[in-house]
Every structure is written in C-alpha cells, then in structure tokens.
Design a protein around this ligand. Structure first.
Ligand SMILES: Cc1cc2nc3c(=O)[nH]c(=O)nc-3n(C[C@H](O)[C@H](O)[C@H](O)COP(=O)(O)OP(=O)(O)OC[C@H]3O[C@@H](n4cnc5c(N)ncnc54)[C@H](O)[C@@H]3O)c2cc1C
Ligand code: FES
Length: 341
C-alpha cells in the first residue's frame, strides 16, 4: 500500500511505495534529503518522524542509538512507511535538478598514484549528459548485482571524464580486480551521481576540509570546484595518511597553495617510516585540525575518509563547539553485501 510523506519544513509531499525506503522514494520524486552510504551505517540520513510509524529496517547501532529511536528519530535510507508520515528533514535544493542515472562508461586511463591507490579515469558516452555536484559519488554496478561506491575526484565539465581514486582493500572483491586485471578500454556500468557531500550553496563561514587517505577524492573535487567560484572563502585542508609514500597528491597541494591565497593545507602522518625523515605533524588528522582550530563554532567542516576517522572526528568536533549542522561528511563504509562490524 502507498503512503504519503509530508516534509514538515516545506510542506512538500511525496508518495512511498511498499517496496522502497523513504529516502529512495524522495529521490525518485526529485526531492533530495541528506544521505551518504545508503546502508544504515553513517547516520547522515537521520531525521525525526513527527507523526506516523515506520519500520526501521536493518542498520548499525552506531548510526542510530536506542535513545534516538525512542525519541522518534529514524534512518530514512533504511526506514519504510507503515502509515502516512510527517518528517522533519532538511531538503537540499542545490541537488534537486540533478538526475540519478545508470550509465555505461569506459576505462580510459589507469594510473598508479601510490602503492595502494589507483587513479581510474572513466569516459562517459558522448551522447549522454551527466551532471553532478563536486563531492558526489557513483556506485559501480558489478555483473553479479553487487555495487561499490567511489567518490568522483574532479568537478564536472572536464571532457566528460570521471576521475576516481581507488584504494586497494586487502582481499577486496572489486578493488583487487582494479589492481590485478582491469585494463584501459574495459567497459563498466555505474549509477550516480549519489550522496549529498557537496559544498552547501549558502556557505559563508571559513571552510575546514579534512581527508583521510583516499577521502581526498571528494575533497579534491570540492576544492577545485570552489576555486572556480567567485566566492573566495578561506579554506584549510588537513590530509591524514600513514606515511610519506601515501602522499599521492603532495605536488598538487603545493601548487594550489602557491596559486590561491585563500587556500592552505596541513599534512599529518600517523605512522611515518624511519626513512621518511618527517619533521611535519604526526598523529591523527582530526587532532591536528583541533590543535590549530580548538574552537569550531564559526567554521563549516567537510570530512571524508575511513569510518573510524569520521567517528572519532564527529565526537571530538562536537566537544569543540561544532554545531551538528556545520559538519558534512562522507564515511567510506564498505558495501552492505559483506557482514557488518
Ligand atoms: C560514499 C562512499 C564513497 C566512497 N569513496 C571511495 C573513494 O573515493 N575511494 C576509495 O578508495 N574508497 C571509497 N569508498 C570505499 C569503497 O567503496 C570500498 O573500499 C569498496 O567498496 C571496497 O570494495 P571491495 O569489493 O574491494 O571490498 P569488499 O570485497 O567489499 O571487502 C572485503 C573486506 O574488506 C573490508 N573493507 C572493505 N571496504 C572497507 C573500507 N572502506 N573500510 C574498512 N574495511 C573495508 C571488509 O571487512 C570486507 O569484508 C567509498 C565508500 C562510500 C560509502
Ligand atoms: S545511514 Fe542512511 S545514508 Fe548512511
């Protein structure tokens, strides 16, 4: 049976079918609500059910606590409507015009960026338009029906090329294929653009950007997109990797710093090797950020990378005065077809 959902803030309404989640229904009808992983892991899609009842579905306890659930919160990427609903969720109008599509693409370039990071360039079909916001991601659709999420590392408009930075996961099904047998010329299918990790169009506060490893991919797209805009918000990027050999974009960061006086960056190595002769910042990247900016009240923070980094940063940033609605993040959760933690 279909149910009607009304958004409390705008009064906008949409229909949810029995076989879809509330988030999928909203996206299908061109209404974009905040989301990232779509697997019930990251908590980005959390919203308050003002009236009506939902089936909460399957999710990780870290993403929605029992207390939050009792307080009427739900994860819209997992919840299904059991009645008509009123929901308190913030619409993202900037992405409203953007259509999520399934498209074929061709691998046109494979470039080893670091020992465990592959740069993969995908060429889109010439007769198809594909619009996205810098920071969004795509799902590569595998032949067996599984999907794998990767952020687009460039802003739109560059010769219909999508650039991905793919880190090899030990024994990972798809990422092993990328490193061992993918070839230039291969055809892939993907769905996208997905996610709401993009610069908000009303951004006015100075930006702190934080990346862990290949979390650099969407952050790179956001920064390059911002360089093109007239608004010149101050930006400070913090990039955390293990050792010097993981710094696959060091030259590019230095070039950005030289050519944009509103941009600066700090690198933190968590496990520098002896031969690195590293005299820069050591330790966790979110701690490097907090050391420099102990009071976060007047900043917008964009963070992307491994789930443990995002979890630690969310808790610590909140203690340092960052309001929840000034933190935007993409947590690189793994796909739901593997057992959850
Ligand atoms: C929104 C989003 C954007 C992403 N963007 C990027 C990106 O730009 N670049 C990038 O390198 N990755 C990105 N990821 C992570 C990426 O999707 C996974 O690393 C990938 O799906 C692994 O696929 P696989 O088939 O090789 O591994 P699987 O075969 O799915 O995994 C094998 C095992 O490795 C572990 N594992 C897998 N992935 C991870 C992980 N991310 N963290 C910790 N353990 C893991 C699991 O325990 C699993 O059992 C993103 C994830 C999300 C949700
Ligand atoms: S928990 Fe719903 S989008 Fe991540």
């Amino acid at each position: 049976m279909d149910h009607q959902v009304k958004l409390q803030s705008s009064g906008k309404q949409f229909i949810v079918r029995d076989d879809e989640t509330i988030l999928d229904a909203a996206l299908r009808q061109g209404i974009v609500l905040p989301y990232s992983c779509r697997t019930g892991s990251c908590g980005t899609c959390k919203a308050r059910i003002v009236s009506g009842s939902v089936d909460h579905g399957d999710y990780e306890a870290d993403a929605l606590s029992e207390q939050e659930r009792q307080d009427g919160m739900a994860l819209l990427c997992q919840s299904r409507a059991e009645s008509d609903l009123e929901v308190d969720a913030r619409e993202l109008l900037a992405a409203e015009e953007i259509q999520i599509r399934m498209l074929p693409c061709r691998v046109v370039r494979l470039e080893r960026l670091a020992h465990d990071v592959m740069g993969v360039h995908l060429k889109l079909p010439q007769n198809q338009s594909f619009n996205f916001l810098p920071g969004q991601y795509i799902d590569i659709l595998l032949r067996d029906g599984r999907r794998r999420s990767f952020s687009i590392a460039n802003p739109p408009g560059e010769h219909a090329i999508l650039e991905l930075h793919i880190r090899r996961v030990p024994d990972g099904h798809f990422t092993s294929h990328v490193f061992e047998s993918m070839k230039e010329g291969d055809l892939l299918r993907f769905q996208g653009p997905l996610g709401t990790f993009f610069l908000r169009d009303d951004a006015r506060r100075p930006l702190l950007l934080m990346a862990g490893g290949t979390g650099m991919a969407p952050i790179k797209a956001i920064i390059e997109g911002a360089f093109r805009e007239a608004a010149r918000l101050p930006m400070h990027l913090f990039w955390g990797v293990r050792a010097r050999r993981d710094l696959y974009m060091a030259d590019e960061l230095e070039a950005w710093r030289r050519s944009h006086d509103n941009f600066q960056y700090t690198v933190a190595l968590s496990e520098p090797a002896a031969e690195d002769a590293w005299d820069g910042r050591r330790g966790w990247v979110h701690e490097a950020l907090l050391e420099r900016y102990p009071d976060l009240e007047d900043y917008d923070v964009y963070a992307s990378g491994p789930p443990p980094m995002i979890d630690a940063a969310r808790a610590a940033f909140s203690r340092h005065g960052l309001p929840a609605d000034q933190l935007f993040y993409d947590s690189f959760e793994f796909a739901a077809d593997v057992p959850r933690r």
